[in-house]
Design a protein around this ligand. Structure first.
Ligand code: BDR
Ligand code: CA
Length: 310
């Protein structure tokens, strides 16, 4: 199995990514680190523990990371994920513990302890990952296999017309990741908008008939309501699990090598991912960029994960 560290801000779609990574035999989930994004880091950390508790995911250390971006004040996405960051279902008190280490220490110690290079999977703002790369550049070069992230877009944004939320929330961190020289894969809105959680998906989840499947439909129902209100979408895109789905099945998402630049100073475009798909800049490719996805195969993975976790 592929050894993975998830760095996330749960978050409705992050929650499904945690479940997919824990459930699928092709993935060895070594650790979960949390970051401020969809809600404060206190809330996203609590949410990671809640998700692991309800899904029966035990023995995976969860450590809290940065409360703020590298520069400036943070933004949250309460309009999409609710005040808790995971509004919709009721959660009891989590029984899965919080690891006493901070996220950067947990990433470092996990990389040192694992015999093979590890894949980092960030699905929130890139603040933790950039802080780790700044603090431990040679360890990262030696022990990070790949970075497979959800963020950005080859087209328009969501939180801003030109910027996707995860990149907009910490553009300097994104710039560090994309300039790192590591093997970076970007799966952005142009792909995730191809996997809306339709009524058919909800019906398939509901048909599983377990407490976890009911919680999952509650999550997607809430997510669907805010996506309808804020964006007028018929169904909410399940962005984050495309990362782990890509690792499980490399044929699921079509990738192209391309130069990606992060806009740091634009008057109206800070946080934009400028993806040169046509090679007009002459810049060298620094990322693999998702362009298309086999949506039915993706949903099969999600449904199977919820079934496996019971
Ligand atoms: C990204 O922003 C967050 O709201 C989601 O969890 C996802 O990671 C989509 O723009
Ligand atoms: Ca997220």
């Amino acid at each position: 199995p592929i050894p993975v560290i998830l760095d996330c801000d749960p978050g409705h779609d992050d929650a499904f990514n945690i479940m997919l990574a824990a459930a699928h035999p092709a993935i060895h989930l070594l650790a979960i680190t949390t970051v401020a994004g969809n809600a404060t880091v206190r809330k996203t950390t609590l949410n990671a523990r809640r998700v692991c508790t309800v899904a029966g995911i035990e023995g995976v250390p969860i450590a809290a990371g940065r409360a703020r971006p590298l520069h400036g004040a943070g933004i949250v996405a309460g309009n999409i994920h609710g005040d808790s960051g995971l509004d919709g279902p009721g959660f009891g008190e989590p029984t899965v513990p919080l690891d006493p280490r901070d996220a950067i220490t947990l990433i470092r110690e996990t990389l040192l302890a694992h015999p093979e290079p590890v894949t980092l999977v960030p699905t929130g703002p890139l603040s933790n990952i950039a802080a780790f790369l700044l603090a431990h550049p040679s360890l990262a070069a030696e022990r990070v296999e790949r970075i497979v992230l959800m963020g950005g877009s080859t087209g328009r944004g969501n939180r801003h017309p030109a910027a996707e939320f995860n990149i907009l929330a910490d553009p300097e961190a994104a710039d560090i990741v994309f300039s790192s020289g590591l093997d970076v894969t970007m799966i952005g809105l142009n792909v995730s908008h191809q996997v809306p959680a339709t009524a058919d998906v909800l019906a398939r989840l509901e048909a599983l008939g377990t407490p976890l499947s009911r919680l999952c439909t509650d999550l997607l129902t809430y997510f669907g309501t805010t996506y309808r209100e804020v964006f007028g979408f018929e169904a909410p895109p399940l962005h984050d699990p495309l990362t782990v789905a890509h690792l499980i099945d490399p044929d699921l998402i079509t990738l192209v090598h391309a130069p990606v630049a992060i806009e740091l100073t634009g008057t109206h475009t800070r946080g934009a991912t400028v993806v040169d798909l046509d090679g007009v800049t002459g810049r060298p490719a620094n990322a693999r960029v998702g362009t298309a996805v086999n949506a039915p195969a993706f949903w099969d993975l999600i449904i199977d994960a919820v079934r496996t976790l019971g």
